[in-house]
Design a protein around this ligand. Structure first.
Ligand SMILES: *Cc1c(COP(=O)(O)O)cnc(C)c1O
Length: 347
């Protein structure tokens, strides 16, 4: 349990519920390195099916799922393209370069919104012996540092059609794809089949303690399985963790709409007292970015002041606070956060 009464630091901080713990305790397990854990296999098959792909691979983290996906598509010395705020280039500690010899180029994207034309302008294939060959475009949906932004499916389709013509692969960082699915009603498979590989997190809004899944073709997942073991992430009786993921898929997807509603309500209440700080219309899912610098408040000072009122938020940069809704933030906690932030910005 968090020591804050409204802990909006991240949707990763949820603790497994009693029901989830019971499912974990009851999980059938085996040695997954030998492919003998029935719970892991069930989770991999189920997530692959939901996303319209042949096979899945359970990983301890979303970063690993992304990194296994990237290396399937890009050879050392080739490049990937993404927007400049993407998790794969901003928050995975250079892993694509360190482990896979991948260079990256980025386009800038306000609010992280996908601009297929900006991506395609950077793409180069068949560029001969001295320019870097583009092998992959990465899309993040929803976009974390962009503020929970949903990527319009028509933009993804335009990108996919052009990259297919160019022979460039696509990977979806779908850590929060569940949120995009619930907010738009677009099926997970409609999103998933527009990419060669997709990673999804079970440990964010879905509330599992650990775990992500990478999906793709059976052949690609067989190769990713070898690399997962080579990286030291072949897990044994991982079914206790997979069971938490299966429980989350059964019980915690549709309720993400509650998080979205609370995030919007919070943003609207803050905008009433400090209109320049947040545009409630721009809140699409469970993340609210507050531009407190627009109100001449320093984000780090704001974190400290809110902490004293038992509200925890994250200072993303020198202007903004990030507030994230999840399973463990209810209406009362949202009210507390509204009151604390309004008091901070109201004067
Ligand atoms: C959280 C997150 C990941 C994976 O993070 P891990 O902490 O490695 O599980 C990947 N992409 C995005 C957009 C994320 O928000």
């Amino acid at each position: 349990m968090s020591r804050f009464r409204a802990d909006l630091l991240s949707d990763t901080i949820t603790a497994p519920s009693a029901g989830m713990r019971a499912a974990m305790a009851a999980a059938e397990v085996g040695d997954d390195v030998f492919g003998e854990d029935p719970s892991v296999r069930a989770l991999e098959e189920r997530v692959a099916g939901m996303l319209g792909h042949e096979a899945g691979l359970f990983t301890p983290t979303g970063s690993l799922a992304n990194q296994l996906g990237l290396r399937l598509h890009v050879r050392p010395g080739q490049e990937l393209l993404s927007d400049a705020g993407a998790h794969v280039v901003r928050a995975e500690l250079g892993a694509a370069a360190v482990f896979s010899g991948i260079t990256s180029r980025t386009w800038s994207a306000p609010a992280g919104r996908l601009d297929p034309e900006a991506a395609l302008e950077l793409a180069q294939v068949g560029v001969g012996p001295y320019q870097v060959e583009t092998a992959l475009v990465v899309v993040e949906n929803t976009h974390n540092f962009g503020g929970g932004t949903i990527q319009p499916i028509d933009s993804i389709r335009r990108l996919r059609s052009a990259t297919t013509d160019l022979g460039i692969a696509t990977h979806l960082d779908g850590a929060r794809l569940w949120n995009a699915h619930v907010a738009t009603g677009t099926s997970l498979a409609d999103y998933g089949t527009l990419f060669d590989t997709v990673s999804v997190c079970l440990s964010k809004g879905l509330g599992a303690p650990v775990g992500s899944v990478l999906v793709g073709s059976a052949e690609a997942m067989a190769e990713a399985r070898v690399w997962r073991k080579r990286y030291g992430a072949g897990m044994r009786q991982a079914g206790v963790l997979a069971a938490a993921g299966l429980y989350a898929l059964d019980h915690h997807i549709e309720r993400l709409a509650d998080d979205h509603g609370r995030a919007r309500r919070f943003a609207a209440a803050v905008a009433e007292v400090a209109p320049g700080v947040v545009d409630p219309g721009g809140v699409e899912t469970n993340i609210v970015m507050l531009d407190v610098a627009a109100h001449r408040v320093d984000p780090r000072a704001a974190v400290a002041a809110l902490g004293e009122r038992s509200v925890r938020v994250y200072a993303v940069d020198s202007r903004r606070l990030r507030c994230v809704w999840h399973l463990d933030v209810d209406d009362a906690a949202t009210d507390l956060a509204v009151a604390a932030v309004r008091e901070l910005l109201g004067h």
